[in-house]
Design a protein around this ligand. Structure first.
Ligand code: MN
Length: 167
């Protein structure tokens, strides 16, 4: 019993009630705006990242990504899933073999090992919440062969060239 109490005290030590007030634009007080990825070998454009919730005991992280008009995330796949809520703007996303228009309040589930990419429309920024496992595998980027397969689909090829959105 005593041991349980000590354990619980240890587990709660780092936890504090916190309110991060909304700030200008899609920012939150006390939350840093970070580069999209530390690994800049992956191709992406005009995108930032804010980690909103991250706690070792929650096993999940909630991040906010925002891309400027015409910006895009990395084309990638991985074992972990994404649960995405579009918070501002619109654009298109590729998930597997589907290219879909997305806009504010749409929800997107990215299943394991599924190619995915988000692209903002030319006219406005695209911002979304993305929930992931706290511990997760490293994203894979497509090989030349994977890319050839993707480009073989006319709709995906147009998406990758930003064509569905450049009109
Ligand atoms: Mn991803």
């Amino acid at each position: 019993m005593r041991q349980t109490k000590i354990l619980m005290a240890k587990r709660t030590i780092h936890r504090k009630a916190q309110i991060h007030r909304k700030a200008q634009g899609f920012r939150w007080e006390g939350v840093d705006e970070l580069p999209y990825k530390e690994d800049d070998r992956a191709l992406f454009k005009a995108i930032t990242r804010q980690v909103l919730f991250s706690d070792p005991d929650m096993h999940a992280e909630l991040r906010y990504f925002e891309m400027q008009p015409g910006g895009f995330s990395t084309l990638e796949r991985h074992e972990h899933m994404h649960a995405v809520l579009i918070l501002r703007g619109r654009g298109h996303c590729l998930v597997g073999s589907e290219v879909k228009p997305i806009e504010t309040r749409d929800l997107v589930t990215v299943p394991p090992l599924t190619w995915h990419q988000f692209r903002a429309t030319e006219g406005e920024p695209l911002g979304f919440l993305c929930m992931v496992n706290a511990t997760r595998d490293k994203p894979q980027t497509p090989s030349a062969e994977d890319l050839a397969k993707l480009y073989a689909d006319a709709k995906i090829a147009a998406f990758l060239r930003s064509e569905p959105d450049s009109k």
